[in-house]
Write a protein that binds this ligand. Structure first.
Ligand code: PDD
Length: 287
């Protein structure tokens, strides 16, 4: 079956889907995006993703190209045309096409691109094994809260992780605090049982999986603190894990080659994985 992409109002074959060479997304990374997980034919936490998309657009003063209702229709149509029951939907909006000039053009029509990809349904047992991370300096700009397509620092960071043979790179700010992964949020469980993840400010992306998990952790009655933590604290932690739309919750069992806790995914992480899995399969993620 051939894949279909959405490009500015048209459903086109994926292989020939294209935007103009002077699209500002292409020339300046002047745009934003969302990756939404698809599970059992449903978009996980769709409203939270669309809220964040609205916020990213507003922060960059990019015009909303269509109503939320219209956008949701296109998103569903993309799942239908690509027969995606499990997988992901990618939505990208850029400022549009204009003669190359750094200054923002007065009139621009927001470009909208979507792709959808099928993937094997995520199973709890696939997430149980722990992954390793390395730490790297955070060389990104000061507005990491905006989900922009300007991802070069993240790309280079992920490549360092790949070269080191590990799953993810945790970025570390000038003060020695972990900000987040290149495509995930970072969490630890301290020796005294506190669940810690960095507070949301301009230094990190407010992850949708992070947001949902915070709510679930509160319901579980876990001692939860949103604050920065250092690499040393993470290495000395009892447990660590990462969250993201596509990898849900993944235990981290090694940081820079040093074993975290027992070297096995810990009980708090496993409990949160169980809870999150029921959440994505239940009505909560659809509200
Ligand atoms: N990345 N931090 C960064 C820098 C990210 O790029 C992502 C997600 C996250 C986790 O956010 P969420 O829980 O909303 O997926 C945190 C997506 C999946 C990507 O770029 O592919």
């Amino acid at each position: 079956m051939s894949r279909i992409a959405y490009v500015n109002g048209l459903y086109v074959p994926h292989g020939s889907a294209a935007v103009h060479v002077e699209d500002r997304g292409y020339q300046f990374a002047d745009g934003v995006y969302e990756v939404v997980g698809v599970r059992n034919g449903r978009l996980i936490d769709e409203e939270l993703h669309l809220d964040r998309l609205d916020r990213s657009l507003a922060e960059l003063a990019i015009a909303r190209p269509m109503s939320r209702a219209a956008l949701k229709l296109v998103m569903r149509e993309m799942l239908r045309r690509n027969r995606v029951r499990d997988g992901m939907l990618y939505v990208q909006m850029t400022r549009g096409v204009a003669r190359r000039d750094h200054a923002i053009p007065e009139r621009c029509t927001t470009s909208v691109v979507m792709t959808a990809r099928r993937a094997k349904a995520v199973r709890l047992e696939d997430l149980r094994e722990g992954v390793s991370v390395i730490t790297i300096p955070d060389i990104r700009w000061e507005r990491c809260d905006i989900k922009t397509i300007s991802l070069l620092a993240n790309v280079l960071g992920k490549q360092k992780a790949c070269a080191a043979g590990v799953y993810e790179a945790w970025q570390v700010d000038a003060q020695g605090f972990v900000t987040e992964g290149t495509a995930s949020n970072a969490w630890i469980v301290t020796k005294d049982g506190q669940l810690v993840t960095r507070h949301t400010d301009h230094a990190i992306l407010s992850g949708v999986a992070r947001r949902s998990l915070l709510g679930l952790a509160k319901e579980e009655g876990l001692a939860l603190v949103e604050r920065p933590f250092t690499v040393e604290e993470a290495r000395a932690a009892r447990e660590a894990f990462i969250t993201s739309t596509m990898s849900y919750i993944l235990p981290v069992v090694e940081i820079d080659g040093a074993v975290v806790g027992s070297g096995q995914p810990g009980p708090v992480t496993r409990r949160l994985q169980d809870r999150y899995m029921s959440y994505v399969d239940g009505p909560g993620a659809r509200a």
